[in-house]
Ligand binder design. Structure first.
Ligand SMILES: [Zn+2]
Length: 323
């Protein structure tokens, strides 16, 4: 299936396959920011007026999303350079694969073997860096991921967070790299994962950053949440995870290393909404302004030098670019 066909089908059935919900903070007051994602798939993105969290609303229903991930069409869709015959559906995803190891290693005591779990492991190349120091465990919806795990000597269960219990273990490290922004039932999914940890467990969580990059490029229909540093730390805090380190990963993403702490009850993100609205206005202004300038500038040039000459110049420029 190509993208155009997929888009038509997807957009027509979007209302049927999606459902409305409240923000993670419980509020149902929000403002719309975007209506489509970067592939022009329907995707309404809102910002919560209470805590400033940016999220998709409505979101795709759970069974629809699970089938989407299982089919591996998801990765093909988001990796357009990939042709249909290519075997490695995870191509390009491994580029950032040493982030989790690099940021976690200073916290890890290498004198003993540790148990490391990755949820949503995809290509499993995050985990492979830990091979010398630990036992590797992974869960993912994808069939391809399952096959790769077998080859790589990783103990694997196919599915989402609900299959972690099959390992019957507590883990020393839990990696969630570009995963929690996909969670359908965020609070339950995080709480379920925390069950398989102890007081010293390190959680490595990496997600896109709306502080570092706020534009259409960030938007994709499978993402349910778009975090800033503040909203990431705030909402994980509320679920009992304390941030011990936060930073930039691969230039445009953010990571946090978390440990189990006490659940926070405060609602101190009062300024985040205003901050997001300010950033959004700036983005819209620049986006439309540039578009209009470009549009009218071309018209103006055409008017001055004439249509035939414009076409000739275009042809010459095109030839030069193709050389
Ligand atoms: Zn909220």
């Amino acid at each position: 299936m190509d993208l155009d066909n997929y888009r038509d089908k997807y957009n027509k059935s979007f209302n049927f396959n999606s459902e409305l919900r409240k923000c993670l903070c419980g509020s149902d007051k929000y403002k719309k920011l975007f209506s489509y994602d970067r592939y022009l798939l329907r995707n309404k993105i809102v910002v919560c007026k209470k805590c400033g969290l940016i999220f998709a609303n409505p979101i795709l229903k759970k069974d629809y999303l699970e089938n989407f991930y299982k089919s591996d069409f998801y990765r093909k869709l988001y990796n357009l350079e990939l042709d249909n015959n290519k075997k490695d559906i995870f191509s390009k995803e491994g580029d950032n694969s040493n982030n989790s190891f690099n940021f976690l290693k200073k916290f890890i005591n290498e004198r003993r073997q540790i148990n490391i779990l990755e949820v949503g492991s995809g290509h499993n190349t995050n985990l492979i860096h830990f091979k010398k120091i630990g036992n590797l465990y992974a869960v993912d919806y994808s069939n391809e991921s399952k096959k790769l795990a077998k080859k790589m000597g990783i103990t694997f269960h196919q599915g989402g967070v609900e299959v972690i219990k099959k390992f019957n273990l507590n883990f020393d490290c839990i990696i969630l790299s570009h995963v929690i922004e996909h969670f359908h039932d965020f609070k339950n999914d995080i709480r379920e994962i925390i069950k398989f940890s102890n007081q010293n467990t390190l959680f490595y969580i990496e997600v896109p950053s709306m502080d570092l990059k706020y534009n259409l490029d960030q938007l994709q229909n499978a993402h349910n949440f778009y975090f800033t540093k503040n909203t990431l730390i705030f909402h994980l805090n509320k679920l009992g995870l304390d941030c011990i380190e936060h930073g930039i990963a691969s230039n445009i993403h953010q990571y946090g290393i978390f440990k189990k702490g006490s659940t926070k009850q405060d609602n101190s993100l009062s300024n985040e909404y205003n901050k997001i609205i300010k950033i959004h206005k700036k983005f819209c202004y620049e986006f439309y302004w540039l578009y209009l300038v470009n549009f009218y500038f071309r018209k103006f040039i055409k008017l001055i030098i004439g249509e035939k000459l414009t076409i000739l110049i275009k042809k010459i420029l095109k030839k030069q670019r193709n050389k």
